[in-house]
Structure formats: structure tokens, C-alpha cells
Write a protein that binds this ligand. Structure first.
Ligand code: PFF
Length: 434
């Protein structure tokens, strides 16, 4: 009975666009360029591409297969495999809630930057502006709360009218804006230096730490390890083959990251700035550059709109993990589940925002809540949940299915990696990385 009443994607394209929307987010446009900048450019890029295609597609397949086969929310899917596995589903839900705790804070800042660009607001000192924004006791948390309410509004409309509608509009729009901006960046003087930085490798910069960072980024950008792909997979028909769908998700995710790199590094080198400045690349360095460009405020508004769309479609997938689980586990309406989830997220967002800025003494285990949520999820929970998804899919789900792919040898390789290689890599990542 439960399964008949579950929603389904209206078309296959709706699933692909929504999965791309989940994957392409702040991870591609904000995080990827700055960690590539710190990681030395082209060498990081090569490592990242190898990892994303050869390693990270495996947990992506595992999550989609679990959801598609079990046709239930995250907790229900693991529970249907074994009663003892329910905890793995809850681990997905808790990880997602913590990620929203810091991700939505950054999304809030984007709203401010977008409107400031739209009214052509002139920042006298970009670094000081960013500090005062993030440390404002009311305004900073309020931005995160506004973002949460906006996402909740669409989640509340359901899978087809909410999640699908948002992604069908925003993902193509994201593509158009990205191509326009990257094309524009290529026309800037000395943009070639940015291209060289991205594509001309200097192998002396290769090191173990960089490989770990690239692996963490590849997992994060494909939305693996918190069950977003599991829940999206659960709305697919059981008999759907995943081969081509999978390819589109990974390829588009990589293309968006590369275009974001072109846009940001061509601009950075063209204006003689440094690429290794870390997280402030987008919020401090870029606004300085926009201020010097002809029609810079227009480019800035387009850029922050791009970032907003990317963040919004990812945020929607995070909320869906929690809301769908609350609906199906607690037997409550989607409306009540959305309100309950939003209240939890608002509390965490406020905590993270205040402890990062206005009340720095708000700490746990020596870290502010923003860093704590980021650190525990990225370094422990995402790789752990991904390893679990591989083990469960590899040993309990895939053996009961037909071939995953058209070619039998590919099925065998993927199964072997799911059962042995990926769990070893992911668990080692937790120990080496911490
Ligand atoms: N993939 C998103 C990004 O790159 O920003 C982040 C993300 C979304 C992670 C959804 C996990 C998730 F479930």
C-alpha cells in the first residue's frame, strides 16, 4: 500500500535534471575552484577527474540501486533489506540535517550578494564587507532562514509540482548562465593564464593530502553519502536501467565544475589576483574583480543568480531526504514533515551562523558549529555512509538483480569494486584524513 501511494518522476528527464541539480551546487562553483586553486591547478584537476570517473561513480550506483530496488525512503529502504540496517538510513538523515546546517548559511550569503549586485551596491572594502555580513547577529542567520523557507515552499508542493518543477526550470537556466559567463571570462585580457593554470600540470605539486581532498570533493559534488541519490532513485520505476542516466549525471557535474573553473580562473588571472585564497575566493576576490569590470554589476548579478540556482537545486534534494523519511516513517502529511524539518534546519542554521560570526564563543569540541558540521560530515559521515551503501548494495541488493549494465564484464567489475575496493578506500580515507 505504501508503495502505491508513493510519487514517481513524471519523465526520465525529470529524474536526470533533478539528479544533476542535486549534484551541481556550491560544491562545483564555490568549493571546487578554491580547492583547485589551493591544490595547485591542473594536477588537482587530473586527480579529481580520475577519482570521480573511476571511484566515485560506484557509490553513486550503489545509492541509486538501493533506492530504485526498495522503492522507499532512506530509512525504509535499508529497513526493507534488513531490520538491523535501519540505523544506516537514519545515519543518512542525520548527515543531511548537519550538512544543511552549514550549507544553508552560505546560501543565505548568496541572497545578499545577489541583491547587492542587482542594485549596483559599491563595496568600499570587499573583505570588510564580508566580515561584517557574516558576523551580523540578526541579518546573517535571517538570510539562512529565508533560504530555508524558500526551499520548504517548493518541497511542500510535492515531488512533481515542487522538486521537478524547480529543477526543470533552474538546471537549464544554470547551463545557459554558466556558458554565457564562462564565454565572457574567456574574452578578458590575459585569460589564457587562467586556462594554463587549469590545464598545464606541474607534477611537483602532487601529494597525498591533495588526493584525499580531491576524493572528498568528488564524493561531495556527486551528492553521495547522505542518501540524496537514494531518495531520487526511489522515485524511478523499478525496472529502469541506470547506465545512461548515471553517465549524464557525472558528465554534467564535471562540465559545470570545469566551466566554473574557467570563469573564475580567467577572471582572477586577468585582474592579477591570487587563485589560492581559499573559501573567500567567491565572496571577496570575485566582487573585487566585478567592481573593476565593464558592466561588472550585471556580471556579478548573473554570477550570484547562477550560484543561487545551483545551491537551491542541491538544497531541495537535501530537504527531500529528510521530508520523505518523516512522511513515510512517522505517517504524517508532507506539510507537517516539511514544517518539522524546516524548524530543525532553522535551529542549526542559526547556531552555525552565530558561532561563525557574532558569537564566536559558541563552540563544541573546540570548533564553531559551522566548522563542526562541515568537518564531521565531510570527513567522517559522507565517506562512512558511502562505504555502507557500497557494502549493502554489493552484498545484499545487486546479487538479486539482473545485470546492472548491458555488458556482463562491466557488471562484474562494478560489483567487485562495490564489495571490496570502495569500502577499503572510503574507510581508509576516514582514518588517514583525520
Ligand atoms: N552536490 C552538492 C554540491 O556540490 O554542492 C552538495 C550536496 C547536495 C551534497 C546534496 C549532498 C547532497 F545530498
Amino acid at each position: 500500500m505504501e508503495n502505491n501511494s508513493r510519487p514517481k518522476w513524471s519523465t526520465k528527464l525529470a529524474f536526470i535534471l533533478s539528479a544533476i541539480g542535486s549534484a551541481v551546487g556550491l560544491g562545483n562553483i564555490w568549493r571546487f575552484p578554491y580547492i583547485m586553486g589551493e591544490g595547485g591547478g591542473a594536477v588537482f584537476l587530473i586527480t579529481y577527474l580520475i577519482l570521480i570517473f573511476l571511484i566515485c561513480t560506484i557509490p553513486l550506483i550503489a545509492e541509486i540501486v538501493i533506492g530504485k530496488t526498495m522503492q522507499k525512503d532512506n530509512v525504509g529502504s535499508y529497513h526493507a533489506i534488513s531490520k538491523n540496517f535501519r540505523i544506516f538510513g537514519w545515519s543518512n538523515v542525520i548527515t543531511t540535517i548537519f550538512i544543511m546546517g552549514f550549507y544553508f548559511v552560505v546560501c543565505g550569503w548568496i541572497i545578499d550578494y545577489f541583491f547587492k549586485a542587482l542594485v549596483n551596491y559599491k563595496m568600499a572594502d570587499c573583505a570588510q564587507y564580508f566580515t561584517s555580513l557574516t558576523s551580523d547577529i540578526f541579518y546573517a542567520p535571517m538570510l539562512g532562514i529565508v533560504f530555508t523557507i524558500a526551499c520548504a515552499f517548493f518541497i511542500f508542493q510535492g515531488l512533481n509540482k515542487g522538486v521537478e518543477a524547480v529543477n526543470k526550470f533552474m538546471v537549464p537556466a544554470l547551463g545557459v548562465i554558466m556558458v554565457l559567463l564562462a564565454g565572457y571570462a574567456l574574452t578578458l585580457p590575459n585569460s589564457i593564464a587562467g586556462i594554463e593554470f587549469m590545464f598545464k600540470p606541474d607534477f611537483s605539486k602532487f601529494n597525498g593530502h591533495m588526493v584525499l581532498t580531491a576524493l572528498g570533493q568528488a564524493l561531495f559534488t556527486l551528492s553521495i553519502g547522505m542518501g540524496a541519490m537514494l531518495i531520487y532513485g526511489s522515485y524511478l520505476p523499478k525496472e529502469e536501467k541506470i547506465g545512461k542516466n548515471l553517465f549524464s549525471i557525472v558528465i554534467f557535474d564535471v562540465i559545470f565544475a570545469l566551466l566554473a573553473g574557467v570563469l573564475i580562473f580567467c577572471s582572477v588571472f586577468s585582474f592579477g589576483m591570487q587563485p589560492e585564497v581559499g573559501p573567500s575566493l567567491v565572496f571577496i576576490t570575485l566582487p573585487k574583480i566585478f567592481a573593476q569590470m565593464p558592466c561588472g554589476y550585471f556580471v556579478a548579478a548573473l554570477f550570484f543568480l547562477l550560484l543561487f540556482f545551483a545551491a537551491f537545486t542541491s538544497a531541495i534534494s537535501m530537504l527531500e531526504v529528510v521530508v520523505a523519511t518523516f512522511v513515510e516513517r512517522f505517517n504524517i502529511t508532507r506539510k507537517h514533515a516539511t514544517v518539522l524539518t524546516s524548524i530543525i534546519v532553522v535551529v542549526l542554521v542559526t547556531l552555525a551562523s552565530l558561532s561563525l560570526g557574532a558569537i564566536p564563543s559558541l563552540k563544541l569540541f573546540g570548533k564553531n558549529f559551522f566548522d563542526l558540521f562541515d568537518y564531521t560530515t565531510s570527513n567522517i559521515m559522507l565517506p562512512l555512509n558511502s562505504a555502507i551503501a557500497c557494502l549493502v548494495a554489493g552484498w545484499c541488493v545487486v546479487p538479486k538483480l539482473d545485470n546492472l549494465f548491458q555488458y556482463k564484464f562491466l557488471h562484474k567489475i562494478v560489483l567487485f569494486m562495490m564489495r571490496f575496493i570502495l569500502p577499503i578506500i572510503l574507510i581508509s580515507l576516514i582514518f588517514i584524513g583525520n
